[in-house]
Design a binder for this molecule. Structure first.
Ligand code: RIB
Length: 305
């Protein structure tokens, strides 16, 4: 079960990020399905999972296009509410020639997501994981996490974009996936190396979380659990666009863990999926299918930290 945002991404390819006051000639413009919730649902579906998405779109062409795209991937969208009083979420994504992005999100209907905790407990029964991010209102994410606890469903939280996590929510998280910035903010520690990521991960685990992953882009990821911390390297690839790399990682990780997979093997699968994602432009079209991930080169084994 994925709770999260749906955005139509307006993707501009630019030679470099414009400075204040600068007018720049862009290379291309595309409308591409995105939003962290939608991306993570597609990431899980393309790894072979049965996925239901809970979200909200406006009664408009973008909302219909996003739901149609999700349905083509087999994502169950019956719990995506249509709210005629809001526009579907939009993200302006600028991708420069180095493949780095800058994103501005207009939440629109994503801000109207509502969770009825009692009903959601029933909806969650039988689900392996509740996957959530922070592009929908935090109060609704909190309700969903409490419902998951009551339904006996594990929670995989990706607190992105970074915002503080309420003290009461920490013990409800089974697996936390954060990037370096989010890890730094949530742990109160500087995170700029695998060693620092391991220390931050241990600090966050101390608040009641079983597993923490700190994703570090081209430097791979650090996995932290009761057995300690391990650094996983990432393969070197030609970067076109890093959009949705984190979402792709998370989808592959969630599906591998849902099958009671080994934590480090799940992290490694996530890294391989994300490495393929960043070789393509856009969010959802760049998320690889399971076969492509399994055929991609195997990165070296992890090293203990
Ligand atoms: O994580 C990538 C996503 O962030 C983009 O698809 C954009 O919609 C923003 O939500």
């Amino acid at each position: 079960m994925v709770l999260g945002s749906l955005n139509m991404d307006l993707v501009l390819r630019v030679p470099h990020a414009p400075a204040a006051g600068e007018t720049l000639e862009g290379r291309s413009i595309d409308h591409i399905p995105g939003g962290k919730g939608g991306n993570q649902a597609v990431g899980c579906a393309r790894q072979g999972a049965r996925v239901q998405l809970v979200g909200c779109v406006g009664d408009d062409a973008n909302g219909r296009a996003l739901c149609d795209a999700l349905a083509r991937d087999g994502v169950d969208t019956t719990s995506v509410r249509i709210d005629a009083s809001a526009s579907t979420g939009t993200a302006l994504v600028m991708v420069d020639d180095a493949g780095q992005n800058r994103i501005v999100v207009i939440a629109g209907a994503n801000a109207r997501v509502e969770i009825d905790e009692h009903a959601f407990v029933e909806q969650l029964r039988g689900a392996d994981f509740l996957v959530a991010q922070f592009e929908t209102p935090l109060i609704q994410v909190a309700r969903a996490m409490h419902a998951a606890k009551r339904a006996g469903c594990k929670v995989l939280l990706n607190p992105s974009p970074a915002q503080p996590v309420d003290d009461a929510l920490w013990p409800l998280i089974d697996t936390l996936v954060v990037n370096e910035i989010e890890a730094g903010m949530l742990s109160g520690q500087l995170v700029d190396s695998p060693q620092e990521a391991a220390a931050a991960g241990q600090a966050m685990r101390g608040r009641g979380i079983a597993r923490v992953v700190v994703t570090m882009g081209s430097r791979g990821a650090v996995a932290v659990d009761a057995h300690g911390a391990r650094h996983h390297t990432a393969p070197v690839v030609d970067v076109v666009d890093t959009t949705a790399a984190g979402d792709t990682f998370l989808g592959a990780l969630a599906v591998a863990l849902a099958g009671d997979g080994d934590f480090d093997e799940a992290v490694r699968l996530g890294i391989r999926a994300a490495a393929l994602c960043i070789t393509q432009l856009g969010a959802q079209p760049s998320i690889p299918q399971r076969n492509a991930v399994l055929q991609s080169p195997l990165p070296p084994a992890w090293t203990p930290l």
